[in-house]
Design a protein around this ligand. Structure first.
Ligand SMILES: *Cc1c(COP(=O)(O)O)cnc(C)c1O
Length: 382
């Protein structure tokens, strides 16, 4: 095994970042292709940057964000936080008590780890399912969670979304929607309404997923709940800082639905190329992906690595040899090890799909060569 725990994940991320730095310094930013779908953009003008002081910044940008954020997310009030995970933690700290139940419905397991981790921190019982018939709300439930679009971009069915909200509200239980990528994917590509417009009490999106904003979380929803959550957010230092708030504001303003719609058609072209050689690629709404299990079963050599390790090694080869950034190399601990090539962000627009295909194929051939040598694989990852 190569990646055994969160510490290993932190170390592989450090290595990935140092490879990225080397590429930028030796060949320039244009030799990197960030296909994670997380752009981490920071759009800001010099005059805006000069207002980034501790109190002046929030006075200006948080106020503007109320308007722009509510247009994007719906709801009565928005609250910018450090990450989506921070918003999830703050909501659970606020609404969930020890020994109460939290139930979660999503299109496909697994949930983002911040949800079960936050529940365990407050001592709540947590249940999740991706089978609607098995979804129930027991006595003593403090929060119902819905994921709008999973880490691997599986989007919930709109009728199921509404049904779960209805079940929760019949029992007067608040609903939190983890809409990290869903706030855009669901609405733009699948024409679904905003979570708050379907009755969600709280919705959270990630401001660098499928939009040109910074890593950050934007919560929206009922004013009374947002106000209570805001207290916890400030007590525990989970709030977004002024620079992030400014970049969120401009990220939302610059969000272009057309990019998502274009990638929705281009992904089929890439999928067809890959499908000639590989069996286990799947399409996502805005790109293609291969699961760790799928990738491992493409290999025709015997080896001792776990499926997840195979995905990590592949992600590092893509990065080192071709400058292609995919999530497993750079992710935070606990993120999905699925290899996803997202075509909705800036770097993908300039990429010839035949070229991209050749890079993926050549990385796979290299994976096939190195996977038999565990020491070599460790060297690649760390
Ligand atoms: C990315 C993601 C998160 C967490 O976002 P962070 O900014 O890393 O905290 C939570 N839930 C889902 C479904 C996600 O895709």
């Amino acid at each position: 095994m190569i990646i055994n725990n969160s510490l290993d994940e932190v170390k592989k991320r450090e290595n990935a970042l140092s490879i990225i730095k080397d590429i930028v310094e030796s060949k320039g930013r244009s030799s990197l292709f960030d296909l994670t779908g997380l752009s981490g953009g920071f759009i800001a003008s010099p005059s805006e940057l000069s207002l980034l002081e501790t109190y002046v910044g929030p006075a200006i940008f948080e106020d503007d964000l109320q308007k722009v954020g509510k247009e994007h997310m719906g709801g009565e009030k928005v609250l910018p936080v450090n990450r989506t995970s921070s918003g999830i933690l703050a909501t659970i700290l606020t609404l969930v008590s020890k020994d109460s139940n939290v139930v979660h419905y999503l299109a496909k397991l697994p949930a983002h780890p911040s949800i079960p981790r936050s529940c365990s921190l407050v001592g709540a019982n947590y249940f999740e399912t991706d089978v609607l018939d098995e979804f129930e709300i027991p006595e003593n439930t403090s929060l119902v969670v819905i994921t709008g679009s999973t880490m691997d971009h599986k989007v919930i069915d709109e009728d199921e979304f509404r049904k779960v909200i209805e079940m929760a509200h019949e029992k007067d239980i608040p609903v939190m929607v983890d809409d990290a990528s869903g706030a855009r994917l669901r609405t733009v590509v699948f024409n679904q309404p905003k979570a708050c417009d379907m009755g969600a009490d709280i919705a959270i999106t990630s401001t660098d997923k499928l939009m040109p904003g910074p890593r950050g979380g934007l919560m929206a929803g009922r004013k009374d709940l947002i106000d209570e959550i805001k207290v916890k957010v400030s007590q525990f230092g989970l709030e977004a800082q002024p620079p992030a708030v400014l970049a969120m504001l401009n990220g939302i303003k610059n969000f272009d639905e057309k990019n998502l719609v274009d990638s929705f058609t281009r992904k089929d072209e890439l999928f067809e190329l890959l499908n000639e050689k590989f069996d286990n690629f799947e399409t996502t709404p805005t790109g293609v992906m291969i699961s760790p299990e799928g990738l491992a079963s493409e290999l025709n050599v015997s080896h001792n690595l776990s499926d997840h390790d195979v995905a990590f090694v592949f992600s590092f080869i893509l990065l080192k040899d071709h400058g292609i950034i995919t999530i497993p190399a750079v992710s935070m601990p606990g993120a999905s090890p699925t290899i996803r090539f997202d075509l909705s962000t800036n770097d993908a627009f300039n990429l010839d799909l035949n070229d991209l295909y050749k890079k993926i194929e050549s990385s796979f051939n290299k994976l096939q060569e190195v996977v038999i040598n565990e020491d070599k694989c460790k060297e690649i990852v760390f």
